[in-house]
Design a protein. Structure first.
Length: 357
């Protein structure tokens, strides 16, 4: 049974999300999705030809809002979170030992309270991987000073649940603040400075009581939203630009289909970023397009109006994708790349100027 695995990152909250899929069926699950990254994650699912069957949250997060409800609206995925979390609106209220299947594969829910009462880790069926959320981090662990936190519960969860998994089981945390990506049971059992080796429960409790960390900046927003599986998030803002039917690409830009551009050409600024000889060459160009070669774009961007949408165009869509990213960084909010460039435009027999057949 061949699986597909991707680790995703939200730089604002330093949260890791994890996509797991069964290649034979295309069914997938997403662990700890972040609200602001819903478009990115949906794009990845779509581009890989997968069907998202469920989102799983390891706990009620305090530092970000989950994308569970938003992805359910967009992709039809079911929402899973522990019953002990107290969250409302889930389709699957998980208990210790429950399985969540995706195709021929599954993860098993492992109750690991201590950071919060509702914390769960998710263990892949062959025990080669476990997703520990905020219970166990790389050379660290989740804090225990708010939201039902208990150092004694967390110590027991890690020592008797996570550390009893196979030595070579890879552990994938909910966060990392230094760029580390994964660890293993054997490593953490020996080297974790908070509770590895011979560190006692008393040692651990004393350590955790003196962390002195400030509360997460988004706690007053995140916790209430996550107690309803993310429904309190700003769904309208997360939908992205509303000026046209756009598709977000996992590479980080919005795309637009040629047929819409032809029909609404007068409403947008069409920016062709090819060289002059290409603009006048065999593929021709779109009527009304402004020629701004990619190498000149930053210097000449002031020629464009920032309050009107911009559609970037090139031969096949690569240079224009870069141009769209450049314009976004320069403050242009309504920017989309023409999907497939002039090659797709011509293939769809759309009106062209200057073309030589």
């Amino acid at each position: 049974m061949i699986r597909l695995f991707r680790q995703l990152f939200d730089p604002t909250s330093s949260t890791y999300s994890y996509l797991l899929a069964d290649r034979s069926t295309g069914q997938a699950i997403l662990i700890d999705p972040v609200f602001e990254q819903a478009s990115r994650d949906a794009a990845l699912v779509r581009e890989l030809g997968l069907r998202l069957v469920a989102t799983l949250d390891t706990h009620v997060h305090a530092d970000h809002v989950t994308a569970a409800s938003l992805l359910k609206q967009r992709l039809g995925s079911r929402i899973a979170i522990s019953a002990a979390s107290g969250a409302q609106g889930a389709d699957i209220a998980l208990a210790d030992g429950d399985r969540v299947a995706f195709g021929a594969r599954h993860v098993t829910a492992l109750a690991t309270p201590g950071h919060t009462d509702g914390c769960m880790s998710f263990v892949l069926d062959d025990e080669s991987m476990a997703f520990t959320g905020d219970a166990l981090l790389i050379r660290g662990c989740g804090r225990t000073d708010f939201q039902q936190g208990s150092a004694h519960k967390l110590y027991a969860s890690i020592k008797t649940r996570i550390f009893t998994l196979p030595d070579d089981c890879l552990l994938w945390p909910g966060h990392d603040y230094g760029g580390l990506t994964s660890t293993s049971v054997a490593e953490e059992r020996v080297h974790n400075p908070r509770l590895g080796g011979n560190i006692s429960e008393t040692d651990f409790a004393g350590y955790m009581s003196h962390l002195g960390l400030p509360h997460p900046r988004k706690i007053d927003v995140a916790v209430p939203a996550n107690l309803v599986c993310g429904l309190a998030g700003d769904e309208a803002a997360a939908e992205g630009p509303g000026w046209a039917p756009l598709t977000f690409r996992f590479a980080g830009f919005w795309e637009i289909e040629p047929a819409w551009v032809e029909e609404h050409g007068a409403e947008v600024q069409i920016v062709d970023v090819r060289e002059a000889d290409e603009f006048a060459g065999p593929l021709g160009h779109i009527a009304g397009a402004r020629l701004l070669p990619l190498g000149e774009l930053e210097r000449r961007a002031a020629e464009l109006a920032q309050d009107r949408p911009v559609v970037t165009v090139c031969r096949a869509g690569a240079r224009s994708a870069q141009a769209a990213s450049i314009l976004r960084k320069m403050g242009f909010e309504k920017v989309a790349n023409l999907a497939g460039g002039m090659l797709r435009w011509r293939a769809q027999n759309l009106a062209t100027q200057g073309a030589r057949d």
